[in-house]
Design a binder for this molecule. Structure first.
Ligand SMILES: [Zn+2]
Length: 494
């Protein structure tokens, strides 16, 4: 089938099935045509995508034509589109795309994953008393009136939420809920971390019962949902060294039941990591991974300390390493992944603003960066949201998102066949998502992305302009059915 047959078939079908709009009936001015004019930028030379092509999805054109010239134009545009910053894409399409990406979550706190409404409703159902000030703390927006929250304010909310961990069954039920939400967000592998001491505190639970409750929840959830889950048992810096040792021993004891690593959380400014170093050295001997929080809002040198003294093989946040040349060199040479949680960093004030967040600098410096949610319930985000926000604010391309998700696969505490299976599943799914993204673009959207990709790659302006010029001339000729001009346009590219 030739190009003309394809496009005219689609356009006729659309026109004949479309109901007449009210404006047409009343005879008033019809709404303006879909914006197919390309932006007023030199490279586009005030050209427009011909009307006949304006609304045809790229996927339809690609599949239904056998016109070699058109396929060449599309292939080149698609290749460049994958290299383009996704910020030119509209929000709805970007959201669909990041949702469709198979994802890996490496930094998510179980005890920060339940949204306030669910938490309050769950407490009501289970007869758990929620004091008025707890409800007030949980319900107020994450950002304070002055537009900035602090990590200290956030810890207060976090502690308020701990009241729901009433017994082993409550822990199991809420763990299932959290995993279900991640599975619905197309997360394929989740490393969920939790602090047994924090969760046990409110109702005086046994630390081991907390661990068992979470493991029960993981077992029940992974039977129902297509997601792999591993656990990181976390020490709280605010607690005693003796409690830290108890947590390390529990992590080691449940290593064969899904616990893969030891974490370290809470206020790094007030509680330095040094005194917890022996627990992390023991974790290494016990065959556990080490993923302490460091360099979130504390001293930049904390990252180097975590790597050298705590034997960290992954860093929670780590964004302040950008201010410590030695630490930065260490994460690069030792290939230590950073579990970056952009929204969390903005909402807690760990990063001053999206514009000043060091994600892009770290990515360009060759650091193995990953994107995570931290506390999706308290911050009101999903991992898909985080990917979309990161793409928009850090000018990420499809190719870069693929690298970032691959980084997460590489950094996951999985071994052998489990990791190979995840890698295959994720990379196959990303290719499908990339294809679906392009298939649903209009030609105008594809061209905007393609030119963005050409710029990113440093293609000279005259070459960008020539590509657009040739493509548009070809489309115009095809639209007019002018066979001779169509031949000319095709010959230009041959
Ligand atoms: Zn965290």
């Amino acid at each position: 089938m030739g190009l003309k047959a394809v496009t005219s078939g689609i356009v006729v079908a659309n026109d004949s099935t479309k109901p007449r709009s009210k404006t047409e009936k009343t005879g008033s001015k019809p709404p303006p045509p879909a914006a197919n004019t390309l932006p007023d930028v030199d490279v586009f030379q005030s050209r427009s995508v011909p009307n006949i092509f304006a609304q045809v999805p790229v996927g339809d054109l690609y599949r239904k034509t056998n016109d070699a010239a058109l396929l060449r134009f599309l292939d080149e545009a698609i290749a460049y589109a994958h290299l383009a910053p996704l910020s030119s894409l509209d929000d709805a399409k970007l959201a669909i795309y990041t949702k469709s990406l198979p994802k890996v979550e490496l930094h998510q706190h179980l005890d920060g994953s339940i949204d306030p409404e669910t938490l309050i409703e769950f407490a009501r159902q289970r007869g758990i008393d929620l004091p008025a000030d707890t409800i007030e703390t949980l319900s107020r927006p994450a950002q304070k009136a002055n537009g900035r929250s602090t990590l200290k304010d956030f810890f207060e909310r976090f502690r308020s939420a701990q009241v729901v961990w009433k017994d082993r069954d409550a822990i199991k039920t809420l763990t299932v809920h959290v995993i279900e939400k991640a599975a619905h967000d197309n997360v394929k592998h989740l490393e969920l971390q939790f602090s047994p001491v924090g969760m046990a505190e409110c109702h005086g639970l046994d630390l081991e019962d907390v661990v068992k409750g979470v493991i029960d929840g993981v077992a029940a959830a992974t039977e129902q949902f297509a997601i792999g889950v591993r656990l990181i048992v976390t020490i709280s810096r605010r607690r005693s060294v003796a409690l830290g040792w108890e947590v390390e021993k529990l992590a080691a004891k449940y290593k064969d039941r899904g616990v893969v690593a030891l974490g370290l959380a809470s206020d790094e400014k007030a509680y330095p990591a040094d005194e917890f170093a022996p627990m992390f050295q023991a974790a290494e001997k016990d065959g556990l991974g080490r993923a302490p929080h460091s360099g979130e809002d504390g001293p930049a040198t904390n990252v180097a300390t975590a790597i050298k003294k705590l034997k960290a093989n992954r860093i929670g946040h780590g964004i302040r390493v950008i201010f410590d040349p030695e630490g930065l060199e260490l994460v690069r040479t030792e290939d230590i992944p950073l579990e970056i949680c952009p929204s969390s960093n903005i909402l807690t004030g760990a990063a001053e603003s999206w514009a000043k967040h060091p994600f892009r600098v770290l990515l360009d410096a060759g650091v193995r960066v990953t994107i995570n949610t931290d506390d999706p319930g308290l911050f009101g985000v999903t991992l898909s949201d985080e990917m979309a926000l990161a793409a928009k604010h850090f000018d990420l391309s499809c190719k870069e998102l693929r690298t970032i998700i691959s980084n997460s696969v590489d950094a996951a505490f999985l071994e052998g066949r489990d990791k190979q299976k995840l890698r295959l599943q994720v990379l196959t799914g990303i290719s499908e998502a990339n294809r679906a993204l392009v298939d649903n673009l209009t030609l105008r959207e594809l061209l905007l992305l393609a030119v963005g990709g050409m710029r990113r790659e440093g293609m000279p302006m005259d070459q960008q302009r020539k590509f657009v010029e040739d493509f548009m001339s070809y489309l115009e000729a095809a639209a007019e059915g002018n066979a001779a001009a169509k031949e000319d346009a095709a010959t230009l590219l041959a």
